[in-house]
Design a protein around this ligand. Structure first.
Ligand code: NAD
Length: 458
């Protein structure tokens, strides 16, 4: 089994459709003659996250007076690794998985970014997510560059033992790119603290000693940070509350709808509830819930703990995802995945504010429609940055082997989110543009500055 490091050359990258690479449809057999099955994506996604990321970059960069070569450098991924690797399944079958780890830019520090397990993972999706990580770290001004990784798989269809085996082999395959000083993964869709623990343990086994700072989002008993699990959702709500204050809107009792009920969605919903908002609707991949009086979220949490799903909760009516997107509310929080608000449904959005918990949930076409309707969009690279901010705290704590209290972490997180919100909001007013363009311009400008200060090697 061999890993290829592909270096991206200037001008090589072109926006491509988000389709599966051809090699993934091949069936194989190993030397012992055991049939090997290669994981295949469920469906071709029509709107590419990579096209969205490039379109956003091209738009924002027009507001900066950047050298054309420097702009081209910031647009491409620095380093891309594709790995194919075998895992022995519980029934004795060998299955071959495809995974990726991509570094977009490291001018401001080691690269940071999550690991995604999903049947929609493609090279282009990982490129887009890595690029957004660079801008996100720059917009909240933490000393990291951007990376992302993923494995094409459905984690729900793997046993715990298979999931562990796959995670350990994937970690080994991408290990040449990882280190506390070089590249630090974290959880994303389909991954969780346990998976981070297996990644950290695998990396440490190869070194011969514990290296907790090589991943963040770990369980607390092996060097994780208090408040990391909740950080993204909390950060979303700190930002939304500050936005309401800035607009002179009443936050207490604000009506909220949340798409996606995983880590980011469920914590955003619960934080909104605890802050006095009325959460009237939530959805996940299996369905949704609506209650005009507000959903009792502690009861829903208990229900999901017992049943493993939100479907069937009796104190709300079932709704579809399309109904949730079109819900009359103050704040719509898309917290599932990319391209959920697009040209086919953006006109139906009735919220006053869209707070992007997910990465890339709004396509450029949809952005224009929302702007025309006067809907405030708090962009992903600002709104959901709480996760990477507390990941940064976790990395700092692991490096110095000195751990902070959760209160302290939440205060530091809130300070950074509020400062970053005002940096972006003030820039948007000065530039006369929407907050996404302002956030991207701020971030791209900071990365460009760091690149110029460092100078080009050799
Ligand atoms: P997760 O796997 O914990 O949850 C994803 C949720 O989305 C699940 O409830 C799933 O059922 C739901 N979902 C998926 N497709 C859906 C659809 N079409 N309609 C409705 N619901 C759907 O993942 P997560 O970690 O919460 O990540 C969610 C998003 O937030 C992703 O875009 C991720 O990149 C982004 N994000 C995550 C973090 C983090 O700290 N976990 C940080 C920043 C951004």
């Amino acid at each position: 089994m061999r890993s290829d490091i592909k270096l991206v050359l200037e001008g090589e990258r072109m926006a491509t459709l988000n389709v599966a690479p051809p090699e993934m449809s091949v069936k194989t057999s190993n030397r012992a003659g055991v049939a090997g099955v290669i994981e295949q994506p469920a469906a071709v996604v029509q709107e590419s996250a990579y096209v969205t990321a490039i379109t956003q970059f091209d738009h924002a960069v027009q507001f900066l007076n950047l050298d054309a070569g420097l702009a081209q450098l910031l647009k491409v991924c620095k380093r891309e690794l594709t790995v194919s690797f075998p895992v022995k399944m519980d029934n004795g079958e060998i299955r071959v998985f495809t995974g990726y780890r991509i570094h977009h830019n490291t001018a401001r520090g080691p690269s940071k970014g999550g690991i995604r397990y999903s049947m929609n993972v493609t090279l282009d999706e990982v490129r887009a997510l890595a690029m957004w990580m660079t801008w996100k770290c720059a917009v909240v001004n933490i000393p990291f560059g951007g990376a992302k990784g993923g494995v094409l798989c459905d984690p729900k269809k793997l046993t715990l033992h298979e999931l562990e085996g796959m995670t350990r082999r994937y970690t080994t395959e991408i290990a040449p790119l990882l280190s506390p000083e070089g590249d630090i993964p974290a959880p994303d869709m389909g991954t969780n603290p346990q998976i981070m623990a297996w990644m950290m343990d695998t990396y440490s086994m190869h070194r011969g000693y514990s290296v907790p700072a090589v991943v963040t989002g770990k369980p607390i008993n092996i060097g994780g940070s208090a408040g990391r699990n909740e950080a993204t959702g909390r950060g979303v709500l700190y930002t939304v509350r500050e936005a309401f204050k800035t607009m002179n809107w009443k936050f207490d009792g604000a009506v909220v709808a949340v798409q996606g009920y995983g880590n980011v969605g469920s914590i955003s919903a619960m934080t909104a509830y605890e802050m006095g908002c009325k959460v009237i609707a939530v959805t996940d991949i299996e369905g949704g819930l609506y209650n005009s009086k507000g959903i009792d979220l502690p009861k829903l949490r208990q229900f999901r703990k017992e049943h493993g799903t939100i479907a069937g909760f009796s104190e709300a009516e079932p709704i579809t995802n399309a109904q949730l997107i079109a819900m009359e509310c103050d704040v719509l929080i898309p917290a599932a995945m990319e391209n959920q608000i697009n040209r086919s449904n953006a006109a139906t959005v009735q919220a006053r504010m869209v707070a992007e918990g997910a990465n890339g949930p709004t396509t450029p076409d949809a952005d224009r429609i929302l702007n025309d309707k006067g809907i405030i969009v708090i962009p992903d690279i600002l709104c959901n940055a709480g996760g990477v901010v507390v990941s940064y705290f976790e990395w700092v704590q692991d490096m110095q082997q000195l751990f902070w209290e959760e209160d302290d972490i939440n205060h530091r997180l809130e300070r950074i989110m509020l400062r970053s919100f005002h940096d972006v909001y003030d820039s948007s007013k000065q530039m006369g543009v929407d907050m996404r363009t302002a956030a991207l311009a701020l971030a791209i400008g900071r990365v460009a500055d760091a690149t110029s200060t460092r100078g080009l090697y050799p």
